[in-house]
Design a protein around this ligand. Structure first.
Ligand code: SIN
Ligand code: FE
Length: 293
């Protein structure tokens, strides 16, 4: 049985880890643990404290996003020097997160690629949103517009709230159990829909059967009121100034409360894992008895 949380008390983003400790931590992540780094703190510069406010969001956006591959920031109202400084802060987080993942998961180093980073300055509790977008409901991550053909989604989170309030999560039942529970409720894709979604630029690239099923599981779980109320879960509080990482495509999670979070997404090909049988792709292929990507 996998522990919902395993703890690693490093206090540097590039802390040297011996290869046995790195492999053990990597395997725990692959098997569905959250790796909690209570001593690892993303320090803001004095002048960056002004960014701890929802006023830097553009329009109705809930996150500022940053793409480290293009040094491009989006969904922010910041202009001029403010915008440039916000880029510096998010770029620094992206680099720290990459240093962390490549030391803890040294095995992934060559194969890891950057996705987007986000800064989440709105209080999560009580935020109005649709049920499918509501991350206070248990779910696995699956991106509607960015099919990934089975690649893993590994995310690094830092609670940068200065005054002590934790980010509160719940971790749900193991992926296998969740997938067994909901797979029969995922309708098959309509013929030609993956082609059409790509053609209309609704998706960036072709949505594979894997992507279709993952989105279906995400939606089915979020829309099931009984499941949301009564399924197995573990409550976790991530204190202010702490960091954690998790494969959010495998670990059922929900964020109940908290404000001021930095998050960096990475993608990892299944073949780069220590044991690819731990991937949602291979688990789902076992359930469906066919190739899905
Ligand atoms: C999520 O990935 O579902 C939300 C995580 C968070 O905002 O804490
Ligand atoms: Fe999520």
């Amino acid at each position: 049985m996998t522990n919902p949380v395993s703890t690693l008390k490093i206090h540097r983003w590039d802390a040297p880890l011996d290869s046995a400790a790195a492999a053990a931590a990597t395997l725990e992540l692959e098997r569905g643990s959250v790796l909690f780094l209570p001593r690892l703190h993303f320090a803001l510069e004095e002048s960056e404290h002004r960014f701890l406010s929802p006023r830097w969001l553009e329009g109705t956006a809930k996150n500022v996003s940053y793409d480290p591959r293009r040094a491009h920031i989006a969904h922010t109202s910041a202009t001029g020097d403010d915008r440039a400084e916000l880029v510096v802060m998010m770029e620094r987080f992206a680099q720290h997160a990459r240093a962390l993942v490549t030391t803890v998961c040294s095995h992934y180093r060559e194969k890891l690629s950057y996705g987007l980073a986000s800064f989440r300055p709105v209080e999560t509790r009580g935020r109005e949103t649709s049920r499918k977008k509501d991350d206070t409901r248990l779910h696995v991550d699956a991106f509607a517009s960015r099919p990934n053909q089975g690649s893993r989604i590994l995310r690094v989170f830092s609670n940068v709230k200065p005054d002590g309030a934790p980010r509160v999560w719940e971790i749900g039942e193991p992926f296998d159990a969740m997938a067994q529970h909901f797979s029969s409720r995922v309708p098959p894709p309509t013929a030609g829909s993956a082609w059409l979604l790509e053609k209309l630029h609704i998706t960036k690239g072709r949505r594979s059967p894997y992507d279709h099923i993952m989105l279906g599981l995400h939606d089915a779980a979020k829309l099931d009121e009984d499941y949301q109320r009564a399924s197995q879960r573990t409550h976790i509080e991530f204190p202010a100034q702490s960091t954690w990482m998790v494969f959010t495509d495998r670990v059922m999670h929900s964020a109940l409360a908290g404000q001021f979070l930095l998050e960096q997404t990475f993608y990892l090909p299944v073949a780069a894992m220590l044991d690819e049988r731990n991937s949602p792709l291979r688990i789902l292929e076992n359930i469906y008895q066919r190739q899905l990507a």
